[in-house]
Design a protein around this ligand. Structure first.
Ligand code: ACO
Length: 365
């Protein structure tokens, strides 16, 4: 019998040109470009890079951004759907329905050509922020706002959600959040999406498979868990007791650990710096200090007890930023999806381009 790797740990399933991770060194690149450099670009440029495979020149980027802006708007039917489909506590449940309905309204739904699929990618990248903001405002009895074409992808989302333009630092923070969340090789949601795409299911179906997989607390759902934990811990002095209590009961601390990284996740480093900046601008640095103490205690406990440290993952300091941006926890996984949708579509196209159905075996016991 072949050895079974539980959780497929260490198994290399396919070739990809989309991203590269060195988990020992803490390196992440999208299409050959270091994450530190990508973090200084706009989300539009990074999403173009992921979807089209190369950095856009000035004209290409201008045309792409203009196209995204025209696609930001959602029609009256979709607004009604977002108004009605908000029973659940998680915005992701509404978003899942919204993407399903987008597929039904899209005349190109069954067209699996690369051109039609790139149109679908643009529609999803552009419309996800609007869908989430409309759903949230309707749920709270507020009037949904039209997108503002003068604002960047990130700044426009915060504007549509909160009803006021974000500060320059807030806009930078959300733009970075979308960029750093955009792509991460064969994470669970992307793998689920590639399996769906490998059956030649349409792109919307594949994206929904990815979206559903993102929801779990061991994956994208951890961001919401971190936000709740920050409130639970409340003050930096409580971090030590909180961690010891949880670890003694073998409970996971959300936002720590990673299957691939054995070193500091390079995205966390950038998120941490950004979290410090938004905290400073806010004036109340408590959430940031709570997070920093949690990080120190986790590092110490894992090093002392297991002989190797544990580091914050992508969901940890991003959640601190969400607290300062007043993004409610029930929106956290959906906001993650706003960024990730570019990477998902890139993987979907890559799967279609060199396809063989993904179908492993199980050992019968
Ligand atoms: N808190 C407490 N203990 C942890 C944590 C944590 N966050 N992460 C790992 N450990 C412990 C495990 O309990 C396990 O201990 P054991 O050997 O005594 O059983 C050991 O470290 C190895 O952890 P696994 O869960 O087996 O590692 P795996 O590679 O399977 O899982 C994962 C990685 C899911 C990220 C894990 O670290 C975890 O559950 N973290 C918390 C949830 C989280 O933050 N998820 C987001 C990940 S990033 C993303 O998906 C976007």
């Amino acid at each position: 019998m072949q050895e079974i790797k539980k959780g497929l740990e260490g198994i290399v399933a396919l070739d990809t040109r989309i991203s590269f991770i060195d988990g020992m060194q803490g390196i992440l690149r999208y299409r050959g470009i270091d994450i530190e450099q990508l973090a200084g670009m706009t989300y539009d440029a990074v999403s173009y890079l992921l979807v089209n495979g190369e950095i856009p020149n000035e004209q290409e980027l201008a045309a792409y951004s203009a196209r995204l802006k025209t696609e930001r708007r959602i029609n009256g039917e979709m607004t009604d759907i977002m108004r009605i489909c908000n029973y659940g506590s998680e915005a992701l449940d509404s978003l899942r329905t919204a993407i399903s309905c987008t597929a039904q309204m899209d005349y190109e739904n069954d067209n699996n050509s690369l051109e039609a699929n790139k149109n679908k990618a643009i529609r999803l990248i552009a419309k996800l922020p609007t869908m989430i903001a409309v759903m949230y405002r309707c749920k709270n009895g507020e009037i949904p706002l039209q997108p503002d074409d003068d604002l960047s992808h990130g700044a426009n989302f915060l504007y549509m959600l909160r009803g006021e333009e974000p500060s320059a630092i807030e806009a930078e923070a959300i733009e970075k959040d979308f960029i750093l969340s955009a792509e991460h090789e064969l994470n669970p949601s992307t793998f689920a999406l590639r399996i769906a795409a490998s059956t030649l299911a349409d792109a919307y179906s594949a994206i929904i498979a990815g979206l559903c997989t993102l929801k779990g607390p061991l994956h994208g759902g951890a961001r919401k868990g971190v936000m709740e934990m920050l409130d639970e811990v409340a003050v930096p002095e409580n971090a030590n007791d909180y961690v010891l209590y949880k670890l003694a009961r073998k409970q996971k601390i959300m936002g720590f650990g990673h299957r691939v990284y054995r070193n500091y996740d390079p995205r966390s480093r950038i998120f941490k710096e950004m979290a410090k900046k938004v905290a400073k601008e806010n004036g109340d640095t408590t959430y940031y200090e709570v997070a920093e103490n949690l990080e120190h205690v986790m590092y110490r406990e894992f090093l002392e007890v297991r002989g190797r440290p544990i580091y914050p993952n992508v969901d940890f300091y991003s959640a601190v930023i969400y607290k300062y941006l007043q993004i409610p926890p029930e929106l956290a996984t959906s906001v993650f999806a706003i960024g990730r949708v570019s990477g998902w579509t890139a993987h979907c196209f890559e799967q279609y381009t060199d396809n063989r159905v993904i179908r492993p075996r199980a050992h019968y016991v």
